[in-house]
Design a protein around this ligand. Structure first.
Ligand SMILES: Cc1cc2nc3c(=O)[nH]c(=O)nc-3n(C[C@H](O)[C@H](O)[C@H](O)COP(=O)(O)O)c2cc1C
Ligand code: SF4
Length: 487
């Protein structure tokens, strides 16, 4: 593979567009940034009973920094406050919030339960306050809470002790997690309890002032695993109808216990097989380039959602389209499209120049990963114009993010541009860009992946290289030590 071009070294938009051309990628990109009402980022949107003042969204970004009992810490509060300072008109979930202790992805995940209600309400309040201060009292954003159960990736009691809850045996992921063939799968009765927890959590979210809940169906967690439960017997596996029963039962219950609360879904619309570092390109201190786990013996592949069963490294949007049609039928109009999982194919999910500590060197130019998500989103938006579609994976675009964002919005590829990692380093980026303030290039996320590596080492997430809150704290020293670097 030719060496990957560092985007920070490209001098201007012309050079970036030339680079896209050399890679053969179709990513729209405007030369000039427009400002104020002229900027597509500042266009209002009124649709399906919702009213938005701009097209900027904050992706859910978990911090692994809540207290052991599931209440927010001062780091959590600060992060939510920074979500507000983006001026975004849509806050997609804040972060993944576990609906029960045993469903936590780590022992510091936020939990929604009676003893945390007051804490969660403070997050909502802090976000609104920061939004008011940043925008001078503009219309408040639509704020959701992302509800989750971590399924296969539960680690509720210790960051290095997986306690998976699986729906079916996966021929590759089971061995990655060391699960034996007789490891128990969740029973239908246990699933019913999770659904009850989701109903309770949704009612609490409504009572705490949230406008909507996101029923998370992405990134390998429980909701997403249902969509690929082809091999599970019984009412939650096999047919498309059975694999979406979990969602339908949740929606039905929420509508009865929390009327008036909007429902949204974030879904991994495509996937690929799990990847691993290639041992042939690994060297001491350097992980290998990512390659797919061997899977030729697993064709037709029956363990993915949005993958081509004959060649599962390729996406197939047939079922994701059926899924969006189902959301529409259920009158769910807010949809956030993402892909893959940070655990088994991070290059698909969050394209990065520098891999996280448990990843692999990029197997492709990360711009290919960005383009893949943009194209998928464009195709789904064009087929479902009635849905409000939020797009993902823009942070790798770095300094060129606003140029691409305004172009994809203007061309109607997507309704909202959402930022994930960029929010951690530079929350005001798109507001600065679309309101004519100078851009602070030193705060632009360079996809160092420390925000993913830190939690893998049992530390809170955050932008260690660029955010002074972490840069100058003893957490930064701990992260260096955990990475085997000198503090
Ligand atoms: C530190 C970190 C925490 C994340 N937490 C969540 C989460 O709680 N829920 C979720 O759906 N996605 C989560 N994501 C994924 C992001 O929302 C987003 O999809 C991803 O980072 C790609 O977008 P970006 O290129 O703007 O970063 C997280 C990503 C990172 C790096
Ligand atoms: S640590 Fe900071 S610069 Fe690195 S990927 Fe995360 S947000 Fe971006």
């Amino acid at each position: 593979m030719i060496p990957i071009q560092r985007l920070g070294a490209l001098k201007n938009v012309q050079a970036f567009k030339g680079h896209l051309q050399s890679l053969g990628l179709n990513i729209p990109c405007d030369f000039e940034l427009l400002v104020g009402p002229e900027s597509p980022l500042q266009w209002p949107l009124e649709h399906a009973g919702f009213k938005f003042t701009n097209r900027i969204v904050v992706q859910p970004m978990e911090g692994w920094d809540s207290l052991p009992d599931g209440n927010p810490s001062e780091h959590t509060l600060r992060r939510w406050s920074r979500f507000g300072s983006t001026g975004a008109s849509l806050i997609w979930g804040g972060e993944a919030v576990a609906v029960a202790h045993e469903g936590r992805a780590n022992p510091n995940q936020l939990v929604i339960a009676p003893h945390t209600h007051a804490g969660v309400a403070k997050l909502h309040e802090a976000l609104l306050k920061a939004h008011r201060e940043a925008t001078g009292g503009a219309q408040p954003p639509l704020i959701g809470l992302q509800l989750t159960h971590s399924g296969r990736y539960c680690r509720p009691n210790a960051h290095d002790r997986p306690e998976p809850k699986i729906l079916y045996h996966h021929p590759i992921l089971d061995s990655k997690l060391g699960l034996s063939p007789d490891f128990p799968v969740l029973t239908d009765g246990e699933i019913a309890h999770v659904i009850d927890d989701l109903h309770r959590a949704a009612r609490a979210a409504r009572d705490l002032g949230f406008d909507f809940v996101d029923i998370k169906h992405c990134h390998g967690y429980l909701g997403h695993e249902f969509l690929s439960a082809h091999t599970r017997p019984g009412k939650y596996g096999g047919s498309f109808e059975n694999r979406t029963r979990f969602l339908r039962e949740i929606v039905e219950g929420i509508r009865s216990v929390a009327p008036g609360l909007h429902i949204a879904v974030r879904v991994s619309a495509f996937d690929t097989v799990p990847f691993r570092p290639d041992p042939n390109t690994s060297a001491p201190g350097k992980m290998g380039v990512g390659i797919p786990e061997p899977h030729s013996h697993l064709i037709p592949y029956r363990w993915g959602f949005g993958v081509n069963p004959s060649c599962p490294t390729l996406m197939d949007l047939t079922e994701p389209k059926q899924f969006l049609a189902l959301l529409d039928q259920l009158q769910i109009r807010l949809v956030n499209l993402t892909a893959g999982s940070p655990y088994y194919n991070p290059h698909i999910q969050r394209p990065a120049f520098y891999p996280p500590s448990d990843g692999y060197q990029p197997p492709e130019d990360p711009l290919v990963g960005v383009a893949r998500q943009l194209q998928m989103t464009r195709e789904l938006k064009s087929q479902f114009p009635q849905l409000i579609i939020v797009g993902t994976a823009y942070s790798y675009l770095q300094d060129f993010l606003p140029h691409v964002a305004q172009a994809v919005l203007r061309e109607g590829w997507v309704d909202f541009v959402a930022m994930g990692r960029m929010i951690l380093s530079y929350p005001e980026f798109l507001r600065d860009a679309s309101e004519g303030r100078p851009i602070q290039h030193r705060l632009v996320c360079r996809t160092f992946s420390d925000c993913t590596t830190a939690p893998r080492k049992g530390l809170p997430s955050g932008c260690y290289p660029l955010d002074h809150h972490y840069k100058s704290s003893d957490l930064a020293t701990k992260l260096k030590l955990a990475k085997g670097q000198r503090p």
